[in-house]
Every structure is written in structure tokens, then in C-alpha cells.
Write a protein that binds this ligand. Structure first.
Ligand code: FAD
Length: 507
């Protein structure tokens, strides 16, 4: 039954609910859609907002927006048989909701909670306040087993398991009863912006749930057979890793859908540690987002505040060289250039890029964190910032790892295939020199018949690592670091974990 209300200017407003899509761009296992479909009092409008304040934030990039747009187009194709579509607005949330309030009597807004940055958190606070004054109910559901408002992790693992194993939500879609008129929409996508969003790029994964399932299926059917073995290899991991990260980050797939699919798959047993490894990583995914949900200041502040007093050189020339893949360290440059083109490298290479940035180039993590956020197609704030800080050594509670980019190169790209693919300047260099081309003497070059138009390393890796190690290792005993460690372990780590037991034995 649709309820009509009198609007201030005398016309009757249709009463509606709204499904506000954020990082949950799918139609199945979707509680906001299911709830809106089940409300007998009024129909609903699904909306997505391209918010200028978020688009201009330093972590945002066009590749993310395109992925989102592709996902929305797929949803709209599927919804068209119900005469429904997601209405897309290019405007700030408050403005768009005010605009919608002029046309409709909004009863309730359904969405998932967003464990995002300070910007999205502040936006949500302002929206909640506005809804409150307009008596609009905002029903926000827990996303992917991440729990709002918890003070510690005592029950978290069990609750996460329960969320992953509980039945999926299957909305029953019905024909829309809402007449949508876009003639008076000040927030419609402008032609130029639409053109930008609709441009496709064959080097990057395409957005949408169907693609997400394709990647996951092919992983469990074939590609994942060498997952554990090839996880660290920059080249082989491109096909042996699941590659579902952008689909999880933008919610084309829910964590529960993936978890249940992998756990019940016929190949689960035959896959052994390949399948177990994937399930473990799904848990990590949520574990990191849970940290960020509790404290989104980790985007801009050291997780362990004791590390705020560490100083860095922050040489802008080195930062630019790292950003552009021109450090003279072949594997580092190959990874960075590959990211520019494709938006994805494997975990180890991401960790190495951060390690080189913070340790060898002696730069504060905050000067590099947004660059990679913009490049990663799977940018997920809840994973990105805590992972950066782990690799930067500013959490205090994790072992500090320094990845030697030359050793990584010999170990994980021994033939230099990945390097040669992304650093064409080194294509003709003999394999024995591809990891350290600067070691090729003029005579070596003459014998091999190559000229190398590639920079020498911008730092001495051994010396830089020694300096960084002394600086970081020395700081571990700082009193502020030690007292912060206690706070962090109590908030983010299970009570019975080894780290917590160590804490007790030293207190
Ligand atoms: C500095 C740094 C920044 C990162 N930023 C992001 C990010 O913004 N978004 C993102 O999704 N991942 C991030 N990761 C984690 C990891 O590198 C990617 O999840 C993984 O490479 C994605 O590829 P995949 O889907 O093939 O992973 P698979 O190995 O197939 O794993 C499946 C899924 O498990 C999750 N996962 C895997 N590894 C991790 C991990 N170490 N921590 C948390 N979750 C994990 C991801 O959701 C991933 O899609 C980051 C890692 C580092 C070191």
C-alpha cells in the first residue's frame, strides 16, 4: 500500500523508503534490499551517490569511480525487469536527501554501516542528524561481520564465524510502484562526467557481481591449485591468486557469499591449504576492517601514537621517483608501473613497496599512503591503512619487517620476466643483471650489445636499511610506544592470544 502525504505546496507526496547503496553494490545477500522489499507500507527507491567531497579526497581516483559505475550498470540491467533502477546522483548526501524530501515523503533509509574514513564517518553523522530532525528512520545493518561499537575482541571471532555461516539474505524483487521523474534533477550526472565514468580500460578488472563470480569460480575450479605456492610471485600470483579483492571492496560479492562458496566447493578438500589459505584471508579481511571501524583515525595517525615522534627525511625527489616507478630498483619500479596500468599487485609486492618507501627512502607513511590508495582498484580503507602501518612499523605490536627489494627480486622473479614486462628499458639486459643492472660494466654492456636508459638506484639499499633498522629498533623502547602497545593489544587482539599473554607476563 502506498501512502500519500500533503507536501508544503499542496500536492500529495508519495511515501517511500530508500535503499542507499555504498560499498555493497550487489543484489543478492543484501539486507537493505530485502528489508525494503518486505516493508508492506511503501515502496522504495535505490540510490547511489557520487559525492563531490569524497571524489576530491586524496584517496579517491577515477578507476574506483569507473568500477562503481560498471557495477551500477550491471545492477540496473538486472533490475530493469522489475521496472527498477538505482538512481545515480552527483551531489553531496545532505543535498540529495533534501532534494528527495521535496519530492517524496521519506519514511526510512536502509543501508549497510560504512567502516570508512573520517570523511564518510562525518558525512554519516551529519546525515543522521538531518534524518533525525526530519523523523526519517535510518536502518543501518552490520556489514561482513564487522561490529560497530565493540570495545575489545573477546567475542569477535565467534560472532564473525556465525555471520559467515548464517543463511544468506535473498531479497524477493517486485515490480516498482514508484514513478520517477528526472526532469527536475539538479544532481544528474553531467555528460562529461558520464563520459569519464563510461570509458573502459582493458587493463583493469571490470566491475560487477558477474565478474566477481567469474573470478571466484575459476579460482576454485582451476586457478587456485597453485595459490599457496605462487602467492608471493609477482607474475604467477596474477593468475593463481583469487583476484576477488575489488569485488569484495566494492561489495559486488559479500564476504559470506565467498566464504560459503569456498567452504562448500567440491574442490575444497583437494585444494587443501589453497582453500584454507583463502578462508583465512577472508577472516583477515574483516579483522583489519574491524580495527579501522573502531578507530578510523588510523588513516592519519600512527596506530601506536608513540611513533608520532619519529622523524623522516621525506625527500620529495625520492617520493616522486617512487610514485612514478623510477627508483632504479627494478622490482620496485616494475610493481609501481604495473599498478599504474592494472590496479593490482600481490600482497608481498605491496608490502615491499611500502617497506622501500618508509624504510629505504626514509619517508613518513602518510606521504605515500594515498598514492597507493588511488592506484589500488581494490582500495578498502579498513585494510589499506592498518596494512600500511604494519609495513611501516608504526603499530608497535607487530614484528617489523623490512623487505630488501633486491633479494625479493632474486627470490620471486628469478628470471626477471615480471621486471621485463613492466620495465621495458631492461628487456635486453641478460637475466644475471636484471635485478641489479647498475652492476653491468661498460664492457658487459658492450659484450651483451645493450644500452641501458634506466636510472641508477636512488638509494644504497644496504646502507639505507641499516639506518632505518637502527632508527626503528631503537624506538621500540620508547616509553610512549610501550604504553600504547598495551592499549592496542587490549582493543584489537583476542584475550587468549599469544601477544596478549606476552603482555600479561611482562606487566
Ligand atoms: C600496504 C598494503 C595495502 C593493502 N591494501 C589493500 C586494500 O586496499 N584492499 C584490499 O582488499 N587489500 C589490501 N591489501 C591486502 C592484500 O594485498 C590484497 O587483499 C590482496 O593482494 C588482494 O588480491 P586477491 O583478491 O587475489 O587476494 P587473495 O590472496 O586471493 O585473498 C582473498 C581475499 O582475502 C583478503 N585478503 C588477502 N590478503 C589479505 C591481507 N593481508 N589482509 C587483509 N585481507 C586480505 C582480500 O579481501 C582478498 O581479496 C593490502 C596489503 C598491503 C601490504
Amino acid at each position: 500500500m502506498d501512502v500519500l502525504f500533503a507536501s508544503p505546496i499542496g500536492t500529495m507526496k508519495q511515501s517511500i523508503n530508500i535503499v542507499w547503496l555504498k560499498r555493497d553494490l550487489r543484489l543478492q545477500d543484501h539486507l537493505p534490499f530485502a528489508s525494503a522489499e518486505e516493508d508492506p507500507t511503501c515502496d522504495y527507491l535505490a540510490i547511489y551517490l557520487f559525492e563531490p567531497s569524497l571524489l576530491s579526497a586524496p584517496d579517491n581516483s577515477v578507476r574506483h569511480q569507473r568500477f562503481v559505475y560498471q557495477s551500477l550498470m550491471e545492477i540496473n540491467r538486472k533490475l530493469s525487469r522489475y521496472q527498477r533502477s538505482v538512481q545515480i546522483y552527483h551531489g553531496e548526501a545532505l543535498q540529495v536527501f533534501n532534494h528527495l524530501s521535496h519530492t517524496y515523503a521519506i519514511n526510512a533509509v536502509y543501508s549497510y554501516q560504512e567502516s570508512g574514513t573520517q570523511l564518510t564517518w562525518d558525512r554519516d553523522m551529519a546525515v543522521a542528524k538531518s534524518f533525525n530532525t526530519q523523523q526519517i528512520k535510518w536502518i543501518e545493518y552490520q556489514r561482513d561481520g564487522v561490529i560497530r561499537g565493540i570495545k575489545n575482541r573477546s567475542q569477535w571471532d565467534a560472532q564473525w564465524q556465525q555471520a559467515m555461516t548464517s543463511p544468506q539474505i535473498t531479497p524477493s524483487y517486485t515490480q516498482s510502484k514508484i514513478a520517477i521523474s528526472d526532469t527536475n534533477n539538479p544532481f544528474a550526472l553531467e555528460a562529461e562526467y558520464l563520459q569519464l565514468l563510461s570509458t573502459t580500460d582493458d587493463n583493469k578488472q571490470y566491475g560487477g557481481t558477474d565478474y566477481g563470480w567469474k573470478y571466484l569460480r575459476s579460482f576454485m575450479e582451476e586457478r587456485g591449485k597453485s595459490y599457496a605456492r605462487s602467492l608471493s610471485k609477482p607474475l604467477q600470483s596474477r593468475t593463481s591468486c583469487s583476484r576477488i579483492s575489488p569485488y569484495l571492496a566494492w561489495g559486488n560479492l559479500s564476504l559470506r557469499q565467498v566464504y560459503q562458496y569456498v567452504a562448500a566447493h567440491d574442490n575444497r578438500k583437494a585444494y587443501g591449504r589453497n582453500a584454507t589459505g583463502l578462508l583465512t584471508r577472508l577472516h583477515w579481511h574483516c579483522h583489519f576492517i574491524q580495527k579501522f571501524e573502531v578507530e578510523c583515525a588510523y588513516e592519519t595517525h600512527c596506530i601506536n601514537r608513540g611513533y608520532e615522534s619519529l622523524s623522516y627525511a621525506n625527500d620529495p625527489t625520492l617520493i616522486t621517483a617512487w610514485e612514478n616507478g623510477m627508483t632504479g630498483l627494478p622490482l620496485v619500479d616494475a610493481c609501481m608501473r604495473c599498478l599504474h596500468q592494472t590496479g593490482w599487485v600481490n600482497f608481498r609486492m605491496r608490502a615491499m613497496l611500502v617497506s622501500v618507501f618508509c624504510h629505504h627512502l626514509d619517508c613518513d607513511w602518510r606521504h605515500g599512503v594515498y598514492h597507493l590508495a588511488r592506484l589500488f582498484l581494490d582500495y578498502e580503507p579498513g585494510i589499506h591503512y592498518p596494512q600500511w602501518q604494519m609495513q611501516a612499523g608504526t603499530t608497535g605490536v607487530n614484528t617489523i619487517r623490512m623487505y630488501n627489494p633486491i633479494k625479493q627480486s632474486y627470490d620471486h622473479d628469478p628470471e626477471g620476466f615480471f621486471i621485463k614486462e613492466w620495465v621495458p628499458e631492461l628487456r635486453d639486459v641478460p637475466t644475471q643483471f636484471v635485478h641489479e643492472p647498475w652492476k653491468m660494466t661498460a664492457l658487459d654492456r658492450q659484450f651483451a650489445g645493450v644500452t641501458i636508459d634506466y636510472p641508477d638506484p636512488i638509494v644504497d639499499v644496504t646502507q639505507a636499511a641499516r639506518y632505518a633498522r637502527e632508527k626503528l629498533w631503537g624506538h621500540r623502547e620508547n616509553t610512549a610506544v610501550i604504553s600504547e602497545n598495551r592499549r592496542i593489544l587490549k582493543t584489537h587482539v583476542r584475550p587468549n592470544s599469544r601477544k596478549r599473554r606476552n603482555l600479561k607476563s611482562t606487566s
